[in-house]
Design a protein around this ligand. Structure first.
Ligand code: NAP
Length: 252
């Protein structure tokens, strides 16, 4: 028996990196999982790889900033697997590196639109389906930068702080509907997203010097906690953010 047997999960931005690792773990723990990202070719590849592992998955293109795509994502879960129990909101972008004060308006808008607004709009789309089930779990992927803003990722960091607030606000509001809302806050994880940082030896050294375990994490190291939070084992946990950052300082 897997702890997510009989559950249906949606994971955004799940064709590689942390989202893929989370989708794979949820499926390994028994969930039927809808894979999604912007590019059909990436969706097809991820679905094929996971099906080859005998996991129960399907896929659909979903750019989280597109309202039609968000609706299609939820519709796919309903048509293929009969409903939704779990949402993992993982997609994020960062089109600008540099001093926060110099962030161009377009980059600021893009970061807030994808990282914050799209997450909220997808949650709005999913909640009626969770209510139909009488329960549900939402997990947002934020970042340790939401607690301690990175010097070159100011707007991104602020968008991730907004998700900490969204987790708290929605967890209170949705508790009467038996819907739990939590978050995970990864530190530096080896993915394409962090490649620019990791490919500069000086920047990598600065980043890992601040990590007591002295290494970046692997995407798989973010996955077990999301499966736990999505499961009945976490039935009395809501409004919390779990930091997955090799011992980095985040908060008391
Ligand atoms: P990644 O390896 O670069 O993966 C990106 C994934 O997102 C791909 O599947 C990509 O596929 C998809 N994607 C990109 N833009 C999208 C959009 N607008 N709509 C839907 N899908 C989209 O990234 P990652 O490092 O795993 O990051 C995942 C999450 O972890 C993000 O929220 C990020 O902020 C957070 N995080 C990462 C780190 C880190 O060090 N890596 C640290 C803290 C937090 P397509 O190209 O097909 O869309």
């Amino acid at each position: 028996m897997g702890k997510l047997d009989g559950k249906v999960a949606i994971v955004t931005a799940s064709t590689e990196g942390i989202g893929y690792a989370i989708a794979r773990k949820l499926a390994q723990d028994g969930a039927k999982v809808v894979i999604s990202s912007r590019k059909q070719i990436n969706v097809d590849r991820a679905v094929e790889n996971l099906k080859n592992e005998d996991l129960s998955v399907c896929g659909v293109v979903c750019h989280v900033g597109n309202a039609d795509h968000r609706r299609a994502l939820v519709a796919k879960a309903v048509s293929e697997f009969g409903g939704v129990d779990i949402l993992v909101s993982n997609a994020a972008v960062n089109p600008y590196f540099g001093p926060f004060i110099h962030t161009p308006e377009r980059a600021f808008d893009k970061i807030m639109e994808i990282n914050v607004k799209a997450a909220f709009m997808l949650i709005k789309e999913v909640v009626p389906y969770l209510e139909e089930r009488g329960q549900g779990s939402i997990t947002m992927v934020t970042s340790i930068a939401g607690y301690s803003p990175s010097s070159v990722l100011g707007a991104y960091s602020v968008s991730k702080t907004a998700l900490l607030g969204m987790t708290k606000a929605l967890s209170t509001e949705l508790a009467p509907s038996n819907i739990r809302v939590n978050a995970v806050a990864p530190g530096l994880i080896k993915t394409r997203f962090s490649e620019a940082l990791r490919s500069s030896p000086a920047a990598l050294k600065t980043a890992t010097d601040g990590i007591p375990m002295n290494r970046p994490g692997e995407p798989e190291e973010c996955a077990g906690i999301v499966s736990f939070l999505s499961s009945h084992e976490a039935s009395f946990i809501s409004g919390e953010t779990i930091v997955v950052a090799g011992g980095s300082q985040s908060r008391l």
